[in-house]
Design a protein around this ligand. Structure first.
Ligand SMILES: O=P(O)(O)OC[C@H]1O[C@@H](O)[C@H](O)[C@@H](O)[C@@H]1O
Length: 250
């Protein structure tokens, strides 16, 4: 795998990495699909797969407003959100299979070792971000956590990534985003950030063609790590091939 043949990629340094959460840090979209299908049916909506996959990456408010409108349901946004959020939180709290994506922690350890700041920017509600950070242990890597609830316009608008960059104190053009959804890649693009599309089959059919580069696992990113233009002056850079943790697992 090669970096994009674009000089900006190679010349302009990357000073921070902003991770999407669902489908990028944890394989949660298949769980949400099931809960959402059950909630849609509870209120009498039966979206087809294309419609359902089109909601990946947007906030629950946006998804439900669209479902209410499209399926002409006579419920308020508050009614459907209260019911659905309760279901999501109960199921996620009791879920025993929530794990970080394979090889993610080696990559996060490497970024921490190189002192590259990271953030998580997710359309999920803040309580769900906190729950997933706690349950998976990934919270130790992420001091900066932004929810779609905290910005005026959710993905595909750029607000969430611009807010994360602001909290990190890094210029948007120096940020790299990792995203698994069409809505998320569009948001990164509109924010003027470089973007790696994470092809996750669990996240449904997603068009990631706006991403600068696509991967299907962190082992591919690991192989590219010394080619990415990180700003590493202040870090104790290790020689290429010197794996930070569990070489055999990569
Ligand atoms: O922005 P992220 O982390 O991909 O989160 C998006 C997801 O947030 C969840 O809360 C929704 O239930 C999903 O439908 C949506 O895809």
């Amino acid at each position: 795998m090669m970096l994009p043949d674009d000089q900006t990629w190679k010349k302009d340094s990357i000073e921070a990495v902003i991770f999407d959460m669902d489908g990028v840090l944890v394989d949660s979209e298949p769980i949400y699909f099931d809960i959402e299908r059950a909630s849609f049916a509870h209120f009498g909506a039966y979206p087809d797969e294309a419609e359902h996959h089109g909601y990946v990456g947007v906030t629950l408010e946006t998804m439900w407003q669209r479902v209410l409108d499209k399926h002409q349901l006579e419920f308020t946004l508050e009614q459907v959100l209260t019911y659905h959020k309760d279901n999501v939180m109960t199921i996620m709290r009791n879920h025993s299979e929530l794990k970080p994506m394979p090889h993610l922690e080696s990559w996060l350890d490497w970024l921490a070792d190189k002192q590259v700041p990271v953030a998580v920017a997710s359309s999920s509600p803040k309580v769900l971000i906190e729950l997933i950070m706690d349950k998976t242990g990934l919270g130790r890597y992420f001091n900066v956590r932004v929810s779609g609830e905290e910005v005026a316009n959710g993905k595909p608008s750029p607000d969430i990534f611009l807010h994360a960059a602001n909290l990190l104190g890094v210029n948007p053009s120096k940020c790299l985003v990792i995203e698994d959804s069409r809505n998320g890649v569009k948001a990164a693009n509109s924010a003027g950030m470089r973007c790696i599309g994470y092809n996750n089959p669990g996240s449904g059919s997603q068009n990631l063609s706006l991403a600068d580069l696509q991967i299907s696992g962190y082992e591919q990113l690991w192989a590219l790590r010394n080619m990415l233009p990180f700003c590493l002056e202040s870090s104790h850079q290790k020689e290429s091939g010197d794996l930070v943790s569990s070489p055999s697992s990569l």
